[in-house]
Design a protein around this ligand. Sequence first.
Ligand code: NAD
Length: 348
Amino acid sequence: MTVSKIFFYDTKPYDQQAFDEANSNFGFDIKYCPAHLNANTASLSAGYPVICAFVNDTVDSETIRILKECHVTLIALRSAGYNNVDLKAAYGNIHVVRVPAYSPHAVAEHAAALILTLNRKTHKAYYRTRDGNFSINGFMGFDMYQKTIGIVGTGKIGRCLIDIALGFGMNVLAYDKFPDLDYAKEKNIQYVALSELYQRSDVISLHCPLSKETHHLINAESIRQMKKGVILINTSRGKIIETGSLIQGLKDKQIGAAGLDVYEEESEYFFEDLSSEMISDDVLARLLTFPNVLITSHQGFFTKEAISNIATTTLTNIKEFFDGGFLKNEICYQCDSTCLKKEGKRCF
Ligand code: NAD
């Protein structure tokens, strides 16, 4: 029997460890590669019918064209988000699967960690006490209890954070393109218009996908509507925030603090150790100067449970593909309208 081959882009040692463990139940022939997938590296996939890509790989039409030339027939994303894939270019040529849910708790708990850290300044306290400085000047926070959190996007992750916020005794305002009123009733939370959410929230956390509609959703105008001193959290996708406006909002003290697990131009920086290099991105460098900005390097997903689920689901998606059956985690640009998935078939 021939062993099915998979080419993995953008892999780190922790990916390899998790996938090797999961692969003991599948037996695929996996080639791990540290390079990002883009038009320059796509031809490395020659001889592999399946490639596996991650959040900062560039799967645009040119990359897809080369993958097709290399006879790749499946792109297996080991992520939930798929904004980096040109689904239209892939349609009819290469199937695309993803991991729709692996641990919404992981990301929501990370968002909660960013909120608490920024509120109580534990990121600053850590360094102060280690330096023998036991002063608490400048560390005053506020009770989360009875404050208002605005959640943009009440899908899997947004809902986990809502549960956490309710545990703190917070009031929850929510906005979603497709509000679920039964859910709101059950949780005793309120869906409101975005402008109202901006105006009333002490903390705002973004949990909608990146799309044409949400690109730069947070901009000068939306920031202007927010409560002065709001804590803004983004664990979703960097391009949802227009970073220049965020910086202006921080300088004006309109934004009290920002917790960012994602950044517009993260792909060159995040996941890499660049501690011996200078940062040539002036916007990122400016963000890093604010004491009230906490940047983490897209690590929201990074828990033992999530990584293990990602590995198992990705390999299951690939097995379903090789077995020739229905691909339950397939996505295509027609999924919202005419795609064959509704009939229990592959998207095309
Ligand atoms: P989900 O699909 O379960 O929920 C997304 C929600 O956003 C849905 O309720 C949807 O109706 C809503 N939505 C869609 N368009 C919207 C719009 N224009 N305005 C407001 N709401 C809109 O997704 P999820 O699993 O909760 O993940 C949310 C996002 O988190 C992902 O798209 C991804 O970008 C990001 N994510 C980040 C990490 C990380 O490590 N930081 C990990 C996983 C996911």
